[in-house]
Ligand binder design. Structure first.
Ligand code: IVH
Length: 750
């Protein structure tokens, strides 16, 4: 058998070669099956010979081990930016052309010539990256960071198929591969792949990305390269930093070098010899940019000759030989035919403009999100209006403004709640707008628009951990009408669950017996999960993990929540406080009209103040942590007051479920504090106790005790656990009684 080391080397070179033919040249020479066979052979050999591992092996492209954190890399040559960005300023009506001409004239002056050869290319809206190749092998990849140092993102960049891991010169072996090459370029997500990914995410009930740039930046920030391997990232080169190799005279030589090394480069790269040609090239890119596979909002103009670049030099962080020109987004007029309201997976109601189809920036636009009611009010958008439409960042359609001259006489201001008859368009449930938020939302636990995301939340690991119920399964359960709400999961039978079709009608895919059995047993375990997990699982707004824990500390079972003294107290205090501020005679936004009104308001104010103080006093012993603040109290009480919340309680009762708290601490006795078992006693804690210090402190205080931090002659007892040296000595010297936990608990029980 061949020498494994040699075979591994051969396979790596072959696979990298075919990878390049497939991804960069789009001219594959072998079938997918042949490629896979070689890939598997390499995988097996690498498994058998861990000593021959190589981070640049093609097998690493599927994502190796996650990294622990980002290492910082100092760039060999600083990564500069462009200062000269010509943007249209609507206030001055200056055109970017004028600034571009100025830039060219500066070049003329500094170089002492009229015609300066430049290149013009699209500006890629991506994430800047530096790829360092030493001896033709990818050494590392780094983000721009502050231009001096960036994050090492090699683990993620390796998964991008068009980034060569090894450079292979087109000519004879080894010749023409530079000793050192720091390639500069952009990582981005191609528009089409981005749109497809967002669609898939939306269908799976996952959050979608705002634009390709955000999606790219988010992916590169991941520690686990498997994520990057699954995302459609791409790379294009547009420059270089450090370089040791055959001399490069200008952009032509560099382009030829990239071609020969099969490093994908940004195109078109238009050569322009005069100012006229430069303006013409910028115009051409503006016209053709919608055809490009990536998002772009401008063109970059660079002096072509490297000697001339050196002459021009730098101004602080930016070269004098480069400028960027920002295109005005194309805007078109069209008629807003209607406004529809969509219910998102979290219940947010989003108004959407239904437009007379219009061709903008390369595609036909017929819908645009209007974000929320406030945005509509601000722009005073009305049904029937003629509006100006553009594609924000050249990707996402947006309504810029209304052409008021063209407004029909009968157009009325738009009100979102009126438009939907104050009901959720998906389920007919009540809608509400929370104070301080712009969005209207549907709070119905059983709203079908939210069903998939609610089931996913319910089943997620940190909630009830129903292994096997992820996005695809939740989606299929809702689609095939097995579940409308998360609690319907408990009605599932194993057989129909096994037959659940996760695929399509044409290509069915059964969930299967084994998976179904797993889900049923996980549901059995979920019944006994503690209250905090259940609360988190319900996806009540503002109730995350820590709020759930704190709510479970304050309540013994789920059924205590609807009547919760603490939650109602917090909610009432918040409302009274708002009212107090409003009536205060010192309220500058609403000053009293006269002395009588001032006096009346002062009285009302003082009364409210006393009421608030009384509520706060009654809440004080609970020491509610900030995790359960006004927003949580409001949201939880509103939930259990709503039809959906009552439905949840009913269903739980039918299922014989009342989740119990695993961290409940008895609430203070309602009786006169004088009767509490430890009333008037001061305790100090020391050493290790069976529960945390905070927890013990709360327990003692709920029994009327005062817990202090240090021992003095006023201390009644020192509660000492394991250890606890100095406080114990001090207590002994002062004659303070030292008790252990058992004794303390006996005292508590009275
Ligand atoms: S050349 C001295 N060409 O835009 C910098 N940059 O502010 C020369 N960018 O961070 C940069 N597309 O990452 C150049 N075709 C292109 C570009 C491009 C995008 C980014 C670049 C830089 C920023 C310029």
């Amino acid at each position: 058998m061949a020498d494994p080391e040699q075979r591994i080397r051969e396979l790596r070179a072959e696979l990298e070669h075919h990878n390049r033919l497939y991804y960069t040249e789009a001219a594959p020479e072998i079938s997918d099956a042949e490629y896979d066979a070689k890939f598997r052979e390499l995988e097996e050999l690498e498994e058998d010979h861990p000593e021959l591992a190589d981070p640049n092996s093609p097998t690493r492209r599927v994502g190796g081990e996650p990294i622990e954190g980002f290492e910082q890399v100092r760039h060999l040559v600083p990564m500069l930016s462009i200062d000269d960005v010509f943007e249209l300023d609507p206030a001055t009506s200056d055109t970017p052309e004028a600034e571009l001409i100025e830039f060219y004239q500066r070049l003329r002056k500094n170089l002492g010539r009229d015609d300066i050869a430049v290149t013009v290319e699209p500006k890629i809206d991506g994430v800047a990256v530096s790829l360092v190749y030493r001896g033709g092998v990818l050494d590392y990849a780094a983000t721009r960071g502050d231009g001096e140092t960036g994050d090492d993102i090699t683990h993620n960049v390796r998964t991008i198929h068009r980034v060569p891991l090894r450079l292979e010169a087109a000519g004879e072996a080894g010749a023409g591969v530079p000793e050192l090459l720091e390639v500069r370029g952009e990582i981005f997500m191609p528009n089409e792949a981005f749109a497809r990914m967002n669609e898939e995410r939306d269908e799976a009930g996952l959050a979608t990305f705002v634009n390709p740039r955000n999606a790219t930046a988010g992916t590169l920030k991941q520690l686990d390269p498997k994520m990057a391997a699954e995302r459609p990232l791409d790379f294009l080169a547009h420059g270089f930093g450090a370089y040791e190799g055959d001399a490069l005279g200008g952009e032509d030589d560099f382009t030829a070098l990239l071609e020969s090394l099969a490093i994908p480069r940004n195109q078109p790269l238009i050569a322009a010899a005069t100012l006229e040609e430069t303006l013409e090239a910028v115009g051409r890119i503006d016209r053709e940019r919608h055809e490009l596979p990536y998002a772009t909002d401008g063109a970059v103009i660079k002096v072509a000759d490297y000697e001339e670049r050196r002459t021009l030099g730098f101004r602080s962080r930016a070269p004098r030989w480069a400028a960027a020109y920002k295109f005005r987004p194309e805007q078109k007029e069209t008629v807003l035919r209607d406004i529809t309201v969509q219910v998102g997976r979290t219940g947010v109601l989003t108004p959407v403009a239904e437009l007379e189809p219009v061709f903008v920036s390369g595609t036909t636009v017929s819908r645009a999100t209007l974000h929320n009611e406030e945005e509509i009010e601000r722009k005073d958008i009305r049904i029937g209006d003629t509006v100006l439409v553009e594609k924000a960042g050249e990707i996402i359609p947006a309504v810029v403004k209304v052409i008021t001259d063209k407004r029909p006489d009968d157009a009325e201001p738009f009100s979102l709640p009126d438009h939907v008859g104050h009901r959720c368009p998906s389920c007919g449930g009540p809608i509400a707008k929370e104070e301080g938020f712009v969005a209207w939302r549907c709070g119905n636990f059983a709203c079908p628009a939210q069903a998939v995301s609610r089931i996913r939340q319910f089943a997620s690991r940190k909630a009830l951990d129903i292994d096997g119920v992820g996005g695809i399964v939740a989606e299929a359960l809702v689609r095939h009408a097995h579940c409308r709400t998360p609690l319907d999961l408990f009605d599932l039978d194993e057989e129909p669950l096994a037959a659940l079709n996760l695929g399509s009608e044409e290509e069915p895919r059964r969930f299967g017996e084994k998976n179904a059995a797993k889900v049923i047993s996980a549901l059995g375990r979920a019944r006994d999960k503690p209250l905090d997990r259940w609360l988190f699982a319900m996806g009540i707004r503002h109730v995350g993990e820590s709020a759930s824990k704190e709510l479970a500390r304050l309540h013994e079972t789920l059924r205590d929540l609807p009547e919760s003294r603490v939650l109602h107290g917090i909610r009432d205090a918040t409302r009274l406080e708002a009212e107090r501020r409003q009536v205060s005679p010192r309220n500058r936004d609403n000053p009293p009209a006269d002395d009588d009104s001032k006096k009346a308001r002062q009285e009302k104010h003082d009364e409210l103040k006393r009421e608030i103080a009384a509520i706060e006093d009654s809440l004080a012993p609970f020491e509610v942590s900030p995790d359960v603040g006004p927003a949580v109290a409001d949201s939880v009480t509103a939930f259990f007051d709503s039809e959906a919340g009552r439905h949840v309680l009913e269903r739980l009762a039918e299922l014989g479920l009342d989740p119990k708290s695993a961290n409940f601490l008895p609430q203070p006795a309602e009786a006169d504090p004088g009767e509490a078992p430890l009333a008037g006693k001061t305790l100090v804690l020391t050493g290790t106790l069976s529960v945390g210090r905070d927890e013990m402190k709360r327990l003692l205080e709920s029994k009327g005790a005062k817990v202090s931090g240090s021992v003095s002659k006023n201390t009644d007892f020192l509660l000492a656990g394991e250890g606890g040296g100095s406080k114990r000595k001090k207590a002994e010297s002062l004659g303070v009684r030292v008790i252990d936990e058992d004794e303390a608990r006996r005292m508590i029980e009275g």
